[in-house]
Design a protein around this ligand. Structure first.
Ligand code: FEO
Length: 394
C-alpha cells in the first residue's frame, strides 16, 4: 500500500500482509496482519520508526522513494523481533548515514540476529529525547510487551505514541484508524491473549507509565492506529485486571464420544446455574480463539479421553499453552473418560504449575458416562457456580 499521511510530514510507510496465515509457525492469523513503519520529518532531521518484515522490504523502500526520501538521519528500532527489524539491513544499506537508535538490550539482539555493525548504533535510555527540528522524539521504556528490550517512541508536539507491539493487532485492513469497530477489538484482544498475557503485571505498569503522556494517537506496529486512544487503553486495563468473569472455558478432545457427552452435560449444568461457558473442540479449534477466551475466564475445565495411558496429545498441547499464557484463571478441573486406567489427572496437573488455581475434584468415567458420572458433573457445576459467586465473579 502507498504511503498514508497521518499529519504533515508524518506518514505510514509500512506494508499490509493480506495473505499471511501463521505467525511464529504457531499463531493463526485469520485476518492477515500489517508491519507498520512510520516516517517523521522534522525541519532538520528525518526519522523512520521501525521497519517491516523482511518479506516486505520492497514495499517499505518503494514508499520511501515515492516520498522523495534521499537521506535518513535516524532509524528507530523499538523492538528487535524480525517482523519489525528484518528490513533494518537493507534500509541501512540504502541510507548509510542513518544512526540506528534503540535501547541497549535491543542493540545486542540486533547484532545477534542481523550482524549490524556496532558503529551504526546510538543507544538511548528511558526518557531520552531526540530533536528533529520543530519535532521531538522521547523514548519510553515499555519492556515485556512481549520482549524485554522494547521501548515506545513518543512524538511530543503531535502527541503520537508509536507503541510497537503494545496495543497492536494482527489484522490487514485499509482503514488507517480503528475507530470503534468490533473486528479491531477482537483482533487486538487476540493479539494481547497470544503474546502479551503472560506479562500482564508488567503491562499494567506500562499502562501506568504512559498515563503521564498526553496521547492523541496510538500508532502500533501491527494493525490500525487509534485516534481514540482511550478505547484500546481501557480495553487493556480490563484485560490485565485481576478480576475474572463468571465464565468457564472447556477445551476438550473426544475420540469416541464419551468425553464429548460429558462436556455437553457439564455445559448445560453450568448454564442452568448462570455461568457462561465457552467450549473448544481442540481437534478443530483456532487456538487464538481459545487464548481470547482465557483472557477473562475464571475457570478452566479440561476434557480428555485417556490415550496411551495419559491425556490426548491435543489436550497436552492446550494445557501447555494455558500454562505458558498465565491467564488470571482461579479454578481448574479435569473431566473425561478412560478404558482401563492411566495417569491422565496426574499428568495434566503436573503441566500447569504457572496457573495459580484451586483444583476442583476431577470427574473421570469408565467407558461411556452413566448416572453416577452425571451426578458428579452436577456437583462440579454446583461447586464452580458457588466459587464464582463467593469470589464476586457472578
Ligand atoms: Fe510484532 Fe514482537 O513483533
Amino acid at each position: 500500500m502507498r504511503p498514508r499521511k497521518i499529519k504533515t510530514g508524518i506518514y505510514c510507510v509500512g506494508a499490509i500482509d493480506w495473505d499471511r496465515r501463521l505467525f511464529d509457525a504457531l499463531i493463526p492469523l485469520p485476518d492477515g496482519t500489517s508491519y507498520n513503519s512510520y516516517l517523521i520529518k522534522g525541519k532538520e532531521k528525518t526519522a523512520l520508526v521501525d521497519t517491516v518484515d523482511p518479506t516486505m522490504t520492497g514495499v517499505l523502500l518503494d514508499n520511501l522513494d515515492s516520498l522523495g526520501i534521499k537521506k535518513l538521519d535516524y532509524l528507530i528500532s523499538n523492538h528487535a523481533e524480525p517482523d519489525h527489524s528484518g528490513s533494518i539491513p537493507p534500509v541501512l544499506a540504502k541510507y548509510p548515514e542513518a544512526r540506528l537508535v534503540c535501547s541497549k538490550l535491543c542493540r545486542g539482539l540486533l547484532i545477534d540476529r542481523w550482524m549490524v555493525p556496532e558503529e551504526k548504533f546510538q543507544t538511548v535510555e528511558d526518557k531520552a529525547t531526540l530533536p528533529l527540528g520543530g519535532r521531538t522524539l522521547e523514548f519510553i521504556s515499555t519492556p515485556w510487551v512481549h520482549w524485554p528490550e522494547t521501548m515506545s517512541t513518543y512524538l511530543r508536539e503531535e502527541k503520537i505514541l508509536f507503541s510497537c507491539d503494545f496495543f497492536g493487532s494482527h489484522v490487514a485492513t485499509t482503514d488507517m484508524y480503528a475507530g470503534d469497530q468490533p473486528y479491531v477489538y477482537e483482533a487486538a484482544k487476540r493479539y494481547y491473549a497470544e503474546i502479551m498475557m503472560p506479562y500482564r503485571k508488567t503491562i499494567e505498569k506500562n499502562l501506568e507509565k504512559i498515563k503521564d503522556f498526553a496521547v492523541t494517537i496510538i500508532a502500533p506496529s501491527h494493525g490500525p492506529l487509534y485516534d481514540r486512544p482511550e478505547l484500546i487503553v481501557d480495553a487493556y486495563r480490563s484485560w490485565v485486571s485481576d478480576k475474572p468473569r463468571n465464565t468457564v472455558v472447556i477445551p476438550y478432545t473426544s475420540m469416541h464420544g464419551s468425553t464429548r457427552r460429558m462436556v455437553a452435560y457439564l455445559l448445560d449444568a453450568l448454564v442452568k446455574k448462570g455461568v457462561t461457558v465457552q467450549q473448544f473442540d481442540l481437534a478443530v479449534t483456532d487456538i487464538g480463539k481459545l487464548a481470547i477466551a482465557l483472557v477473562d475466564a475464571a475457570t478452566i475445565v479440561v476434557g480428555t479421553p485417556t490415550v496411551l495411558a495419559g491425556p490426548h496429545p491435543n489436550v497436552v498441547e492446550a494445557a501447555f499453552l494455558a500454562n505458558a499464557l498465565r491467564p488470571k484463571l482461579r479454578f481448574a478441573s479435569i473431566i473425561g473418560s478412560y478404558g482401563w486406567g492411566g495417569r491422565t489427572v496426574e499428568i495434566i496437573s503436573g503441566m500447569i504449575p504457572n496457573l495459580k488455581v484451586e483444583v476442583l475434584d476431577p470427574v473421570l468415567c469408565k467407558g461411556f458416562p452413566k448416572e453416577a458420572d452425571f451426578l458428579a458433573l452436577d456437583k462440579l457445576a454446583e461447586k464452580i457456580a458457588k466459587k464464582h459467586r463467593e469470589n464476586g465473579f457472578a
